[in-house]
Design a protein around this ligand. Sequence first.
Ligand code: PMP
Length: 428
Amino acid sequence: ATTNASLIARREAAVARGVASAAPIFARYAENALLWDVEGNRFVDFAGGIAVLNTGHRHPKVIAAAKAQEDHYTHTSFQVVPYEPYIALAEKLNALAPGDHTKKSLLVTTGAEAVENAVKIARAATGRPGVIAFTGGYHGRTLLTLGMTGKISPYKKDVGPFPSDIFRAPFPSVRDGITVQDALTGLQNLFLTDAQPERIAAIIIEPVLGEGGYTPVPFEMMQALRDICDTHGIMLIADEIQAGFGRTGTWFAIEHSGVVPDLITVAKSMAGGYPIAGVIGRAEVMDSVIPGGLGGTYGGNPVACAAALAAIEAIEEEGLLARSTALGETFRARFAEIGARVAPYRMWDIRGLGAMLAVEFVTDFETAKPDPDLTKAVVAHALQRGLILLACGMHGNALRIMVPLTASDAIIDEGLTIFEEALAAAVA
Ligand code: PMP
């Protein structure tokens, strides 16, 4: 029989080591918030394939829509023979995105590709080259997006140089003592020292920092960025790839701040497990690139479009936005209670928006020194007991919750109970 150990050996011989995995198990079957490995072990999945599965593994509606599409055609390339599902998804995205201006959308395949295209569009719209991104931001692993990603290890180590005209501003951080005012002063100083504002096409920000630690952008900061962009004619890009499609209790995380961005990048939970991504933006901004200037062979694959339309419908029909808000409250309360009882003074922060939530582990409360070792131990103990967890954060000491919003209360409770046992084992 196939075992995890035998697959690890084959993988080590055949797969580049640069693509690492959080869990030393191999998937055989998955359904909603549960996954079984090749040895038949059952796991509660709090990682959701990195925030892709807000509607769960193999949502019946998503699978049915994809299968139905497969019976018609699976690929024509929208640039050769276009098809309706692409248009229907663009219409849906334009309707869902914040702001009452006219919008248009572009569909691509991966999140990084969406970010690359948002920058291209912002450059064409403004005639300017520069991009400003933030400390700890994550925008992808292609060379432009990696240049924008604000963390060296493991992403940027040994693979530079990165494209020019990318500048970094500070992200407000309680841990680092950086207030919103400090962050905005840092941005104004950047305008004085390195990044001439008339040469900046876009400021890109994740409304809730994803890989960087599930830290929401304070709403007054988002509002200030909007004002700064308006003052200097800069495009504000909200990278909603991880935070979008209900993770935070709204379709897009930026809605919580009331700010309307010029461009939005989307991917992940938009399609419940199928690879598709997009850029949504002001119609006139989107149309600043000439015909033929955007695209890609697979962009907006019809099976993925059908899956996305079904996933969005499932979020609507099953009330998953409200479910996200409710789950966020459940997790906050349980984490606070478990932390205080099982690991006093080791859980420094519980933060996020809606069900986009993380807990941060420290060695002690006094110094709040990040404790990535404790975090790794919790992940390992949880996996042994049947719970898949994923860490994040600049210091690798945050555990993030990306559980399907479709998970039942019983499964959420099961996962939290395992989390408690794993934490107890890790601090013992
Ligand atoms: N932006 C954000 C905010 C992300 O979280 C990610 C993926 N973690 C990306 C961009 C890149 O997406 P992809 O991995 O699909 O290229």
